[in-house]
Ligand binder design. Structure first.
Ligand code: ADP
Ligand code: ASP
Ligand code: MG
Length: 439
């Protein structure tokens, strides 16, 4: 059906030799699966530690001039077990020695962090008998640390299309000076998307440990429904708001090229998973709500001033203060004499005094109220715009669960309704909303 597929496998899908065998079986079962993008070995059981986390620990220990050999040894042992069980010929000792040398020389964190995917991909390439292509040679960031799309798509496309098959490590690329730079956590999803776009694949498969994008967080809601089809826009919204199955930036490279994404379960390859595309089959399009996702960790800074609505530019000046402090705002609900800015609490706490000082001196408000410990929950669906009474349903669900709503924001595209609740009510609210709106 497809000619060229890029298949990205996540950390749990490659956590040990038996998981790697499953991934390899999947790849080999369809000749269209020509490019494999690999994560570092993730958790094998719930309190296991991801290789990437161990690598960050090594770096932290090295920077504090602490002994990191035991941590590095743990990493080495895990790869050692994989290599032995797969029966590949691989010089692990020299890879580990290089990491050690660079850590001792004071490398930045990105380099050791990237070695998790680097070594895993090299081992998998050996096992498959496919060429290994280092992401540092095909994925480029510009001086500002942003992906250089043109150079990347061109170089990666030329290099990979010339090969029948390749294994590419996820999570990193290189800066103009050649230094390794990683994406943010979970960034192998972005690499998969970049590779799919560069080779102009017909499909980007993202293999993980759940059977697709679920309509709510499975760690909170029991057995949430799988979303069979979802648009790029809805997916971006849900992943940005906390549905962490796919990195929030992973849609961009493929979306422009119209390459669909299929989220699949490595442990249940018979499940069809979630298909993500620009538009939906007709019957699916009737669905009002596609999914619910949320995150904790927000603060709301409410500024009150009588006759504010007559003061042109008040909102712009307020947002300007946050912008100058480098804090992006998430939401900005307004009243006649009030305006609130909802921001990430960790970022805000670092700049709190400076921001409050500037608000007082520049805007001379009557009151400033800070509400901390907010969680934001997004109810997302392109079909919502056509449905009457959605807000009423949301309020009824939350009232029924005894949850106090502290903020409401409807996206200007009517694609989502976002409610802010106390962090302590987050799980209860999510369950109630799922029960009322989706199940
Ligand atoms: P991988 O290692 O394959 O990249 P991740 O751990 O990054 O996998 O993402 C998969 C996990 O995302 C699932 O195990 C699940 O716990 C979590 N998750 C959170 N919200 C959702 C959701 N709405 N749908 C599916 N999975 C979700
Ligand atoms: N290994 C990296 C992480 O743990 C990247 C990824 O898995 O996508 O964040
Ligand atoms: Mg992931």
């Amino acid at each position: 059906m497809y000619n060229t597929i890029t298949a990205k496998f996540g950390g749990t899908s490659l956590a040990d030799a038996s998981q790697i065998r499953k991934a390899v079986e999947i790849v080999k079962s369809d000749p269209a699966r020509r490019y494999l993008v690999a994560s570092a070995p993730g958790k094998r059981f719930s309190d296991d530690i991801k290789i990437t986390d161990l690598l960050y620990t090594c770096h932290k220990q090295a920077s504090n001039r602490e002994d990191f050999t035991a941590t590095l040894e743990k990493i080495s042992r895990r790869y050692g077990e994989i290599i032995e069980a797969l029966g590949v010929d691989f010089d692990l000792a020299s890879e580990i020695a290089t990491i050690k040398k660079n850590l001792e020389a004071g490398t930045s964190a990105d380099y050791p962090a990237s070695r998790g995917e680097y070594i895993n991909s090299k081992i998998i390439a050996k096992f498959l008998g496919w060429p290994f292509v280092d992401a540092a040679e095909i994925i480029f960031f510009n001086e500002n640390g942003l992906l250089d799309e043109a150079k990347t798509f061109q170089t990666a496309g030329d290099r990979l299309k010339a090969l029948d098959h390749a294994v590419v490590p996820g999570f990193y690329g290189s800066m103009p000076d050649g230094k390794i730079k990683t994406f943010s956590r979970g960034g192998s999803d972005i690499t998969g998307s970049i590779v799919a776009r560069s080779v102009m694949a017909d499909l980007y498969e993202n293999w993980t440990d759940v059977s697709g994008m679920l309509s709510a967080d499975p760690r909170i809601v029991d057995d949430p429904k799988v979303i069979n089809y979802i648009t790029y826009t809805e997916l971006r919204e849900l992943s940005y708001m906390g549905a962490s199955v796919l990195h929030e930036d992973a849609v961009f490279p493929v979306r422009k090229a119209g390459i669909p994404i299929n989220i699949r379960n490595t442990n249940k390859p018979e499940d069809k998973g979630t298909l993500i595309a620009a538009s939906m089959p007709k019957d699916i399009a009737k669905r009002a709500v596609t999914g619910i996702a949320g995150r904790k960790g927000f603060s709301s800074i409410r500024v009150e001033k009588s006759m504010m609505n007559g003061e042109t530019g008040f909102g712009a000046r307020l947002l300007g203060i946050f912008a100058r402090s480098g804090i992006p705002f998430e939401h900005c609900p307004t009243g006649i004499d009030t305006i609130s800015v909802v921001v990430n609490s960790t970022l805000f706490d670092e700049k709190r005094d400076e921001i409050l000082r500037e608000i007082k001196s520049e805007l001379d408000p009557d009151f400033i109220t800070i509400e901390k410990n907010l969680a934001a929950i997004a109810i997302v669906g392109e079909g919502m715009v056509r449905v009457k009474g959605m807000a009423a349903k949301i309020f009824a669900a939350l009232a029924g669960a005894g949850v106090n709503i502290r903020m409401i924001d409807q996206g200007s595209d009517e694609l989502n309704i976002i409610v802010g609740v106390d962090e302590a009510d987050y799980e209860k609210a999510l369950k109630a909303l799922y029960g009322e709106i989706i199940s």
